[in-house]
Design a protein around this ligand. Sequence first.
Ligand code: ATP
Ligand code: MG
Length: 245
Amino acid sequence: MKIAVAGKGGVGKTTVSGTVARAIARNGHTVLALDADLNPMLGVSLGVGADETESLIAARQAVAAGEEEHAPTVEEIVQRFGADAPDGVRLIVASRLEIIDPGCMCCGVNPLKLVRELEHGDRTVICDLEAGLGTVEGLKAGDADVVLVVTNPTAKSLDVARRAIELASAVAEVIVLANRVKDDSDLELMRDVLGDRELVVVPEDAVIAEADREGTAAIDLDAGAPGVAALVRLAERLAGAPVAA
Ligand SMILES: Nc1ncnc2c1ncn2[C@@H]1O[C@H](COP(=O)(O)OP(=O)(O)OP(=O)(O)O)[C@@H](O)[C@H]1O
Ligand SMILES: [Mg+2]
């Protein structure tokens, strides 16, 4: 199963990617979490810690600066530009390097191509995309099975979501996450723009905000907090029932 997470900047893509990845892994599945953002912060939301997340970024920069060897294969990218996150999630920084060498796997890598190559067996791959519509536009059939379109109750993020839904629906199943919902008027605003399609409601959650302040994973602070629990339920829906130990 391949999952891509899309939406306007700041709507909660990284929070969703990190929490859903951890929850799927907790259910016994093998999970690869791909950070495709230019400013890769998925490690923090996964609970890898700010320092380790920084060192992953530094490894990518060292390659760009010519201080480190390039990675010639996909599996080497997983090893070299990756870190182990809690619950057995493997984090990979997939963002493009500054220097583009079309002959080099790690320089020329398109995160979506990497998603395609990484999938095999029953691995779940979840990809935190760059903000905006650019990457969604580039999605081809087979790049992702499911696209999670994240939006907030704001006009601008809803406009991006509406267009992302249209683009992604042509190539994958789309699930819309109404994130940071505080009350019924927020939901009404979202329904006005998105119509009566199903919305997975993720309430505004102080635990998620606190996790961000502390540089830790929300699921580690309180997996039962309302926003976190909504994402844990979504993870069960995406990956199926827990795998027996
Ligand atoms: N349900 C929620 N309740 C409270 N705060 C939230 C919720 N979802 C996200 N946030 C907060 O919103 C901010 C942005 O979240 P996040 O970094 O996940 O967004 P993003 O879409 O990945 O942003 P970017 O486009 O910059 O990568 C963070 O401070 C996060 O803690
Ligand atoms: Mg992000």
